[in-house]
Design a protein around this ligand. Structure first.
Ligand code: BES
Ligand code: ZN
Length: 844
């Protein structure tokens, strides 16, 4: 895409008066926008997309204008540069694409209803009103809204309502802010409210399809998050209120609109009495993420979209900093390690991956570049690395100065590095550059050479080896106090191993705490010394070891079989992080055995064996004595037990179902998924399948729905699976926002894989039309690459996707995914015998 002109260069808006008249019944928006600002030249432009413009006035005079849909623009002239007032009268369609102003559909007691909400990031404000729709064009906004209002309905926005006259709701003027953060929601809402210590009104809103108690958890986390950030950033929350609103239809996960954050229902509403701890943790971190943005992103905003990563990776780090402070017993950093770190390391090991920081000309290019594993997970990992280098105190001090200097304005990464550099006295921007501008990361090999420990760094790849001489400034974080803090050369001699051991109580390790973005390959001797003590290491170290060696195995540098030997010793760990890594490895091993084969049976026995002690220890029901770790481990090991098909475990699962008289909603959330999966897989002949699907359609409880989806997609019956595929395009059963999970679920099931793949091949153009505008559209391709692992599927994948390789939003994804599937197929072929032999040796 060629560079586009920034319209902010032609016109600098100061204030918008926005008026919307929204009809859900007629699916139309009528609008009037009045903008005051400074014209830099006499020919100026505003953004618009799909607006039908009736009239445009400059300083009260009707003027001619040209609409240019290719450039999302209206061009017109003002009499002369300087202060002007522009008034535009227009109309726009109320469309279902989950962008701009859009409806959400839901049912209460069988009655169909609609909310209307907004999603303006990155460039959809222009679908709602003519504007300079660029993050740098900050202005104030006074919004007025009329809609086909029914008794009891409300409308909420960035600021409190000022007054209502003749059915028009007028909202107070905002502070200076970017267009992409303007938002409102209207409809039949229920809410819970409270106040922070400092007097900020905090509220949670949802449709009335949910028990009102489901708003409590979010309200508590939101209130405490704001209090935390006011203290941490040493900068007050600048608005009178902070609303959190759950929308039934939502394209992304959540959106940090200033003062009115919007969420997927799954990421805000929690049945406090019956929700898995892992789900509560996700909801809490999502809320903390969006509230971190209220300062970092909203108060101070990136100049341009090339620094979206900074916004997102910063919020991604802060969600863990905040929740760790609010709920210290959760050990939430372990969840960062179990999820974000794994996603970053895996994705970033593929040749062709993008660097964290990439130039973009048009915001639409972000769609093509929006790789969450890089922008969020790797970016956050790098900021965590940075935080461990400069320390938390310097980070807070630097941020305080940054907010003070940049408030209500725009900044770039350089401004942040400067503030943090000042606060820490370290040239942190320089270190970060090697990580942010280069794709990938290094593997550091540690070898004994003539009694010395010698390190070497080179880029790590799974699959195709990138032919580069990239170097990184690597924080070594060694147990050896004499090792340098940073390794910036290809090779480094750390000196005599004997001396190192003397200094380190006999334990030489690198990347202590797993905070830096690299993997380590120890040579045989160093490895043997490490493993001697392995059982005594802390959970982060044990998990890190599994993580690094799993990656090395995927990259063909070590064997999966070596990893298998470690699992029986770790499977009884009381650390959920370790258990997570154990079963992450197990789930990869599943690809080594053919469904229905004797080898698969062997693997099932192995997994049954691995999980047996934990299932016996924890049982199917929560106990008062459970630790938080136990609460996280239970669902994982029960799922493993159901996969392992031990007769006694399956009988226990069924007994749970009978104990609640088959009332799914009454099952405890921690064992619900395992019980439902087992019912679907092992108790055919009942009406479970139809009942579960009907309940899925009826229920408003997102985590129950997710468990039902997991169960339904695990059926062994191809015709049942086909019936699910037949509902993929039926929004009354499967909402478009949830489709990817369904598709991936059926595709991952060998009995449904052909049906799901065939659906994708034949319905691709429908999918593109319905969801192609979504920035995460390419993830439909990504999920396939996580599942396919045979030569035959690789060929089919190539046949289908190679003709699409020049599509801007898909090109990189397709290329990477071909490499990913090919390398996995090769590793499986090469190592399968060894893996099966090891399983034979391990199964009792
Ligand atoms: N600002 C983003 C959402 C977004 C990003 C919308 C880019 C449009 C373009 C929001 O803060 C966010 O990061 N949402 C996440 C959830 C989050 C908690 C990880 C998302 O939607 O996935
Ligand atoms: Zn974000």
């Amino acid at each position: 895409m060629t560079a586009i002109q920034r319209f902010y260069e032609t016109f600098k808006p100061e204030h918008y008066d926005l008026y919307f008249d929204i009809s859900r019944a007629n699916k139309i928006i009528k609008g009037q926008t009045k903008i005051t600002g400074t014209a830099v030249q006499s020919d100026i432009a505003l953004h618009q997309h799909d607006l039908t413009i009736q009239e445009l006035k400059v300083d009260g005079q009707v003027v001619d204008f040209q609409v240019d849909n290719d450039q999302d623009a209206i061009f017109f002239n003002v009499v002369q540069a300087g202060q002007v007032t522009i008034e535009v009268t227009y109309s726009a369609p109320l469309t279902d694409n989950m962008n701009g102003i859009y409806p959400s559909y839901y049912e209460v007691n069988g009655e169909s209803k609609q909310l209307v909400g907004t999603q303006f990031e990155t460039y959809f404000a222009r679908q709602a009103f003519p504007s300079i729709d660029e993050p740098e064009a900050k202005a104030t906004f006074s919004t007025a809204i009329r809609f086909d209002e029914q008794p009891g309905e409300t409308v909420i926005a960035n600021m409190p309502e000022d007054h209502e006259t003749d059915g028009v709701h007028y909202f107070q003027k905002t502070v200076k802010m970017s267009t992409y953060l303007v938002a409102f929601v209207l409809g039949d809402l229920q809410s819970k409210k409270t106040q922070t210590k400092s007097g900020v009104e905090v509220g949670v809103f949802s449709t009335k399809a949910h028990p009102i108690a489901d708003l409590d958890f979010a309200l508590d986390i939101a209130k405490r998050s704001i209090e935390f950030y006011e203290d941490y950033y040493q900068t007050p929350y600048p608005l009178p209120h902070s609303w959190q609103v759950a929308l039934p239809d939502f394209s992304a996960g959540a959106m940090e609109n200033w003062g009115i954050v919007t969420y997927r229902e799954a990421y805000l509403l929690v049945d406090s009495a019956n929700t898995a701890l892992s789900v509560k943790q996700v909801v809490a971190t999502v809320i903390a993420h969006e509230l971190a943005h209220q300062w970092f992103g909203d108060l101070v905003t990136m100049k341009w979209w090339d620094e979206l990563w900074l916004n997102e990776s910063f919020a991604n780090m802060m969600e863990f900093v905040a929740i760790d402070a609010l709920e210290p017993n959760w050990h939430i950093w372990e969840s960062f390690n179990a999820n974000d770190v794994q996603a970053a390391l895996k994705r970033d090991a593929t040749d062709g991956v993008q660097p964290v920081h990439v130039a973009v000309n048009h915001p639409a290019e972000i769609d093509a570049l929006f790789d969450p594993a890089i922008v969020y997970a790797k970016g956050a990992r790098l900021l965590v690395m940075m935080r461990s280098l400069i320390g938390d105190d310097a980070l807070r001090q630097g941020l305080k100065a940054y907010f003070a200097k940049m408030a209500y304005g725009n900044a770039s990464g350089a401004d942040l590095w400067e503030a943090l550099g000042q606060a820490s006295g370290q040239n942190i921007g320089e270190v970060m550059k090697t990580w942010l501008e280069q794709p990938g990361y290094p593997v550091v090999s540690a070898k004994l050479v003539e009694g010395h420990v010698v390190l070497h760094q080179e880029q790590f790849n799974i699959g195709k080896q990138a032919d580069t001489d990239r170097l990184w400034q690597i924080p070594l974080n060694s147990t050896d106090p004499k090792a340098p803090k940073l390794m910036d050369t290809a090779d480094l001699d750390l000196g005599s191993y004997a001396d190192i051991l003397a200094r380190t109580n006999g334990v030489f390790r690198l990347n202590v705490g797993n905070a830096a973005h690299y993997v380590i390959q120890y040579d045989e001797r160093l490895l043997a010394d490490l493993l001697e003590d392995f059982e005594n290491f802390d959970p982060i170290t044990q998990a890190q070891f599994l993580q690094d060696n799993l990656l090395l195995a995927e990259g063909g540098r070590t064997g999966y079989a070596d990893l298998l030997w470690l699992l029986p010793n770790l499977a009884d760990s009381s650390s959920s992080l370790v258990i997570d890594l154990v079963y992450r490895i197990v789930s990869q091993i599943k690809d080594f055995v053919t469904p229905g084969s004797e080898e698969e049976q062997l693997l099932k026995e192995f997994v049954a064996q691995l999980s047996a002690n934990q299932i016996a220890r924890l049982g199917w029901q929560q106990k008062d004595t459970d630790s938080n770790e136990d609460l996280l481990i239970r669902p994982t090991v029960l799922a493993a037990g159901v996969y392992g098909e031990d007769a006694a475990v399956l009988a226990q699962a069924h007994a749970q179902f009978e104990a609640v008289n088959r009332q799914v909603a009454q099952l405890p959330a921690d064992s619900r998924s395992a019980v439902l999966v087992s019912e679907i897989k092992n108790n055919q002949g009942t009406s479970n399948f139809a009942d579960f699907l009907a309940l899925y359609q009826k229920s408003a409880n997102a985590s129950l729905k997710a468990d039902l989806r997991t169960a339904l997609t695990s059926s062994r019956d191809s015709s049942e699976l086909q019936s699910l595929v037949d509902n993929f395009q039926n929004a009354a059963v499967i909402k478009p926002q949830d489709l990817r999970g369904w598709f991936a679920g059926v595709l991952a099931n060998s009995a449904g894989q052909s049906a799901a793949w065939n659906w994708l091949e034949t319905q691709w153009s429908w999918l593109e039309e319905r969801l192609g505008g979504d920035m995460e559209f390419s993830s439909y391709v990504t999920v396939i690459s996580r599942i396919f692992h045979t030569q035959e599927r690789l060929t089919e994948f190539k046949t289908f996707f190679t003709p699409k390789i020049n599509q801007p939003g898909l090109s990189r994804e397709i290329q990477m995914d071909i490499d990913i599937i090919a390398s996995r197929a090769a590793v499986i072929k090469q190592q399968a015998d060894q893996v099966v032999m090891t399983l034979r040796a391990l199964v009792r």
